[in-house]
Ligand binder design. Structure first.
Ligand code: NAP
Length: 435
């Protein structure tokens, strides 16, 4: 039986899962592949760390370059994370003619083009199914059986930590800070959760999805990114009363001359399947011009689901090697020469309905002033909720607008801020009724 030797860079959460999967499922992998996948070397930082794995002596090494240069190893899996040295190691592996697999969405979102170009020059494969939505095989579907479509939109709930926090805030009426602290204690949120809760991780994944769906490079810095740290329990409560759930959404839409690419908390109709994605689960919804709308759902992170995606990539590469087919599919599904650059629409041009919550002085005439400022900027009000008077001080006033352009909403909010009737900046949450 043909045998392919594999090198692993990094053996943390995902790496450990990959080692376990390869050991536990070796027989089924061989039955499906007709070849043997042997993990020859694993490079880590700390050789003394207990990884709970049974490995043959000499497999674990601290010498990354030894793996990258080993002529016996034909496939390298990078599961270290971060930009450097992961980028340099991947480029070196590619330069040495090795096929590569990575789960590193941060690296791909910022340096993908460089890595794909290097892979093309060296005629090797670069695969990264685990980088977006962990165990959900959405990238393979976009490049594979859905490839015949022209995609119009891609939407997703792509960060399990954020979805877990928002789900608990919705179900328990708890505040953001308390749920985050508990999520950290339970291991659902990192000690430094900034990348997750501020939306950066979701934006990395959206950037990859947009390139695959629309065949365009993405200027990552142009993606509008807002996280969930400013979502209050009050907003979650009002969303419920209005028939919505708040989700951190990644939204990509394709127009002739531009794309929309934005990540922010959004109100989703409670009856929409996306509203029902709870806990650490992820979902991706794609619309293609022939297939229509398709939604994927599953575990977007964690040791086992992510390892499943990584080893799926490993099998795909091995299958191609078995028949000598090499790079049958370009990394982004489109031929490299056909990937263009479509600009991202400025956020001010976004058109949707808006939920605005003001903290206003509890006295007559306030609603009229706010409605006036909105009206002056061409924004019409769909509904308003004013809570019972509390005998002075500030009270919440919620306004839901009809469709409006974000730049006009911002102008109206500046005007309202200048009148001096509010105690804090208003909460603004976009309503995505038409997903
Ligand atoms: N965790 C998930 O659920 C998940 C899901 C999807 C994608 N991913 C992606 O998968 C990748 C790995 O994630 P992970 O959660 O498995 O990370 P992790 O648990 O932090 O493991 C990282 C591994 O890489 C090694 N490493 C890190 N930096 C290194 C450096 N500068 N030099 C040498 N070795 C280094 C570490 O060595 P030591 O063990 O010796 O410290 C460790 O084995 C990341 O790109 C992540 O975004 C993760």
């Amino acid at each position: 039986m043909k045998e392919y030797k594999v090198g692993l860079l990094g053996c943390g959460i995902v790496g450990t899962g990959v080692v376990r999967l390869l050991q536990e499922n070796s027989s089924i992998l061989e039955k499906k592949l007709g070849a043997k996948l042997t993990l020859k070397r694993i490079a880590v930082r700390d050789l003394e760390k207990d990884r709970g794995l049974v490995l043959a002596p000499g497999v674990l090494t601290g010498d990354f370059r030894q793996i990258l240069a080993d002529p016996d190893i034909s496939i390298i899996i990078e599961l270290m994370g971060g930009y450097s040295p992961a980028r340099e190691y991947l480029l070196e592996a590619i330069g040495n003619g090795k096929h590569v697999i990575t789960a590193n969405k941060a690296l791909l979102a910022l340096h993908g083009q460089e890595l794909y170009d290097a892979a093309a020059r060296n005629r090797v494969e670069i695969r990264y199914e685990a980088a977006v939505a962990g165990g959900i095989p959405v990238l393979s579907a976009i490049k594979g059986n859905m490839a015949a479509n022209r995609f119009g939109s891609v939407l997703g709930i792509l960060n399990g930590t954020c979805n877990y926090i928002l789900t608990r805030m919705t179900e328990e009426g708890a505040g953001f800070a308390a749920v985050l602290k508990n999520a950290q204690e339970l291991g659902y949120a990192e000690a430094d959760p900034t990348f997750d809760i501020e939306g950066t991780d979701t934006a990395h994944k959206l950037s990859i999805l947009i390139s695959l769906c629309f065949g365009t490079w993405v200027s990552f810095g142009d993606i509008h990114v807002e996280g969930i740290s400013s979502v209050s329990d009050l907003d979650i409560d009002f969303a419920g009363r209005l028939g919505y759930r708040i989700k951190l959404l990644a939204i990509g839409k394709r127009y002739e001359d531009r794309i929309e690419a934005r990540v922010h908390p959004a109100m989703v109709p409670a009856c929409d399947p996306l509203a029902g994605i709870s806990g650490v689960y992820n979902a991706v919804r794609l619309t293609g011009n022939y297939v229509g709308t398709v939604m994927f759902y599953g575990r977007g992170a964690g040791m086992e689901p992510t390892a499943s995606a990584v080893v799926g990539d490993l099998m795909a590469i091995a299958r191609n090697m078995l028949v000598g087919a090499g790079r049958r599919t370009a990394p982004l599904g489109f031929l490299d020469k056909n990937i263009g650059f479509v600009p991202i629409q400025p956020m001010g041009e976004t058109v949707c309905k808006y939920y605005l919550r003001f903290s206003v002085l509890d006295r007559p005439g306030i609603l009229a002033k706010i409605a006036g400022a909105l009206g002056e900027n061409g924004i019409s009000i769909k509904s308003a909720i004013q809570t019972a008077k509390s005998g002075g001080g500030f009270v919440p006033l919620v306004i839901v607008t009809h469709e409006a352009k974000e730049i006009d909403v911002n102008k109206a909010l500046d005007r309202i801020g200048a009148i001096g009737i509010t105690s804090e900046n208003p909460a603004l949450i976009r309503i995505e009724d038409d997903l």
